[in-house]
Design a protein around this ligand. Structure first.
Ligand code: PEP
Ligand code: MN
Length: 338
């Protein structure tokens, strides 16, 4: 960490900063310039936070010089990590697609969705049983019954399942239904207690980006999971909030190469919640794969017009199949497979 002193900081103030750094077990290197003094704290700087030093008399500002995330950082683990998602490798050369409805509705809907997902060639199935809805009066999901319907429809096609966990009290139930991949949604990206709990298990976790989260905050959220011992983490870019109102969110394509550089963990993209309209999904999916995404999470419903949730953005099974064909060509063009 580097501490920049104010131009008029005196010896007593410099000494106090030095003493505080040493008290935390770090060594000190003082560099006296012509206008101001810089103090370097040498050692494991995670023991120090800028807020411990910034309020001290004579301090102008202090900053970390190394990144605060470690386990998820490529700096510490050069090779790409491949996460085993219920037998499906995510993060290898093959781009994996997860398809399925926003929410689990009925047995018939799920059986038809599972067939559509499988026929199109996707290897995992999604379906929300617990839904984070803006309005408390909107459909909140089928709950446990939804997990049951998802599990049995996906089992019928031999597909591993992905479902969103919102409440830590449901974790045991998710494990009982053997949910293969636990999704942490955008609204819970910084629910640190939830992150700590999924950090204690070994199920893969899809960590969606908070709708207004910076890349650093997102990486630090993943570090919470990894710090608990669970390294099976998949990042999912799902669009961020900006000033633009012409579509639901802005798909941050730039985040894909940036994240791939910063972390060894897989990065997938959810084009459905980004664009918010079914017609945008193919273009955003192609862009994501071209930019290096390791997978896609796409909403597919047997009859989108009748969907109980996110009807406007779901693809029909036929649309999903033709998108998969197109994505195969994009994947091959960037040296990957689908
Ligand atoms: C979802 O995947 O159904 C969902 C609610 O996504 P997000 O958390 O990205 O809004
Ligand atoms: Mn949805």
């Amino acid at each position: 960490m580097i501490i920049v002193m104010q131009p008029d900081a005196g010896d007593a103030e410099i000494d106090a900063v030095e003493a505080k750094i040493r008290a935390h077990g770090l060594a000190v290197h003082v560099s006296r310039g012509t206008e101001r003094t810089l103090i370097g704290a040498i050692g494991d700087e995670r023991a120090l936070e800028p807020e411990m030093l910034d309020p001290m008399p004579g301090v102008e500002k202090s900053m970390h010089i190394v990144k605060q995330y470690k386990m998820v950082a490529r700096e510490w683990h050069k090779a790409n990590s491949v996460v085993d998602a219920g037998g499906v490798p995510v993060g290898g050369n093959t781009v994996q697609v997860i398809g399925g409805p926003c929410s689990v509705e009925t047995a018939d809907q799920m059986v038809a969705a599972a067939a559509g997902v499988k026929t199109a060639g996707a290897r995992l199935m999604r379906g929300g049983a617990f839904k984070p809805r803006t309005s408390p009066y909107a459909f909140q999901g089928k709950g446990v019954e939804g997990l049951e319907l998802l599990r049995s429809a996906a089992d019928g096609e031999g597909l591993p399942i992905v479902s969103e966990l919102m409440d830590v009290r449901m974790l045991e139930t998710f494990l009982a239904y053997d949910v293969d991949v636990i999704q942490i949604g955008t609204r819970n990206m910084q629910n640190f207690d939830l992150l700590k709990e999924v950090g204690k298990i070994d199920k893969p976790v899809i960590l969606k980006r908070g709708m207004s989260a910076t890349i650093n905050e997102w990486l630090m959220a993943a570090e919470y999971i990894a710090a608990g011992g669970n390294h099976n983490i998949i990042f999912c870019e799902r669009g961020i909030r900006t000033f633009e109102t012409a579509y639901r969110n802005v798909l941050d394509v730039t985040a894909i190469p940036v994240l791939k550089r910063e972390t060894h963990l897989p990065v997938i993209v959810d084009p459905s919640h980004a664009g918010g309209k079914a017609w945008m999904v193919p273009a955003l999916s192609c862009a994501a794969v071209a930019a290096g995404a390791d997978g896609l999470l796409i909403e597919v419903h047997p009859n989108p017009c009748d969907a109980w949730c996110d009807a406007d953005q779901a693809l029909t099974p036929a649309e999903f199949s033709s998108l998969m064909q197109q994505l195969g060509a994009v994947a091959r063009a960037v040296g990957r497979e689908l």
